[in-house]
Design a protein around this ligand. Structure first.
Ligand SMILES: [Zn+2]
Length: 88
């Protein structure tokens, strides 16, 4: 489970397509990874939006590019789902 995997799980969660196990794994990663927590907050904000929070959130300029890159690798979702299922 690395930050790329976490990014995929974030997108799945925000789409409402993540499994309970995937949400647990993501939550565990977010607790140990401030960078992903920041990205996750940004993504949630982008989806469920609150203008004040948007203004307060410092967003890395390349982050949207990173997200779009992740979205392009749709196959990665399958890979990550397989990985999550292997974690006991
Ligand atoms: Zn991370």
């Amino acid at each position: 489970m690395d930050c790329f995997d976490a990014g995929i799980l974030m997108l799945k969660e925000l789409e409402g397509t993540s499994a309970e196990r995937e949400r647990e794994v993501l939550a565990a990663h977010l607790l140990t990874c401030p960078a992903c927590m920041r990205h996750y907050k940004y993504l949630r904000n982008a989806v469920f939006g609150d203008e004040n929070e948007k203004l307060q959130t410092r967003i890395p300029v390349d982050f949207e590019v990173q997200v779009m890159t992740k979205i392009r690798y749709v196959n990665a979702v399958t890979v990550v789902t397989t990985k999550v299922n292997k974690i006991k």
